[in-house]
Design a protein around this ligand. Structure first.
Ligand SMILES: [Zn+2]
Length: 344
């Protein structure tokens, strides 16, 4: 394990209009993801406070409109799976319901309607609330594998919470997908993880955890799940949760799910404290054949700096594939760690 975390500082200067046009030097930072070698930029706003966003008008407007996930209509307007795949048509667990995506973008896609409640505020996203949804996602992936092992090799569980994150409906839902090939980013991680194993003779994710444990970006553990502020964040408040020795859905124990969701609740509630009230989540899995990869969850905050619903994606992400973020990962870890220490 010889690698280092690589960061560079970029200095730019301008005559500052807020200080009589005196010459001022400003420092931004570039970090390189140790695995993918992707560069990311950390903007020089260090203590940026996000305004509290009030979702009430969005929620009220959405209640007046049509919601296909609300109990009155969900049975009539959501599709059912083909009988040879899922004979029940839809899968239910507790208050959560899994249905096919009406607009599929992968061979096997399920939408998990997390609750019969139309709106679940961020304060209520607790581990026990998310449990049925996760178990449904797991069951969907397991069934897809039994039904079509080759066609469902690469699976992930995803969440766009609230409109800033790209969620099309207020009603809380997850997206679970499985297909023959991984997404671009997952493919890069899988490829690099395999190369790393060949080159170093060890698992990158194990080495990452060993390197970060007790360091400035270590947040805490829940069971065997290790929570880290991501060194090279892809977006605001980027958190990575690694489940050592877990690659496929079969390696994930019931205890892992429970531990993962307890940690997820802590991070979400820390987001809430930072006024990050919208986020994206992905849980990446690999196949038996992909050596060197470890299943992990990634969570990033989504936001707008302005009262209008402006996007936090700019030319850098969309056309340059160059992520940028605002908070220092080390500051993020220090704040989030309190949720472990205080037992919140
Ligand atoms: Zn609804």
């Amino acid at each position: 394990m010889t690698w280092q975390f690589t960061r560079e500082f970029i200095k730019a200067s301008f005559q500052d209009p807020s200080a009589g046009f005196q010459l001022r030097e400003v420092t931004a930072e570039v970090r390189y993801d140790p695995l993918t070698r992707d560069s990311v930029r950390l903007f020089p706003f260090r203590q940026l406070g996000l305004p509290r966003h009030d979702w009430t008008p969005f929620v009220e407007q959405s209640r007046r409109g049509f919601c296909p996930f609300c109990p009155a209509v969900v049975e009539q307007v959501t599709p059912r799976f083909p009988e040879d795949f899922i004979p029940e048509g839809r899968l239910r667990r507790g208050d959560a319901l899994l249905v096919p995506n009406l607009h599929p973008y992968e061979q096997y896609t399920g939408v998990i309607i997390m609750s019969s409640e139309h709106y679940v505020p961020i304060e209520d996203l607790k581990h026990d609330f998310m449990r049925d949804s996760f178990e449904l996602a797991r069951e969907f992936i397991v069934r897809a594998r039994k039904y079509d092992r080759e066609g469902s090799r690469y699976a992930s569980i995803n969440w766009n919470y609230m409109p800033y994150a790209g969620g099309s409906l207020i009603h809380p839902h997850w997206q679970v997908m499985a297909g023959t090939r991984p997404t671009n980013y997952a493919a890069r991680m899988l490829e690099r993880s395999g190369q790393y194993l060949n080159q170093h003779g060890s698992n990158y994710w194990d080495d990452l955890v060993a390197k970060e444990r007790e360091g400035p970006r270590f947040v805490g553990s829940t069971g065997r799940v290790v929570w880290l502020a991501t060194f090279a964040p892809r977006h605001l408040a980027d958190i990575t949760a690694v489940i050592p020795e877990c690659r496929t859905i079969d390696d994930l124990t019931g205890q892992d799910v429970a531990d993962l969701l307890v940690g997820l609740e802590k991070v979400i509630q820390y987001y809430n404290r930072l006024n990050i009230v919208s986020f994206n989540m992905a849980f990446y899995l690999s196949t038996d054949q992909d050596r060197g990869f470890t299943a992990h969850l990634r969570l990033v905050g989504r936001f707008t700096l302005f009262p209008v619903a402006g996007s936090d994606f700019s030319h850098l992400q969309v056309l340059h594939d160059e992520p940028w973020a605002l908070y220092l990962p080390e500051d993020l870890a220090a704040g989030c760690r309190l949720y472990w220490q205080e037992g919140k």
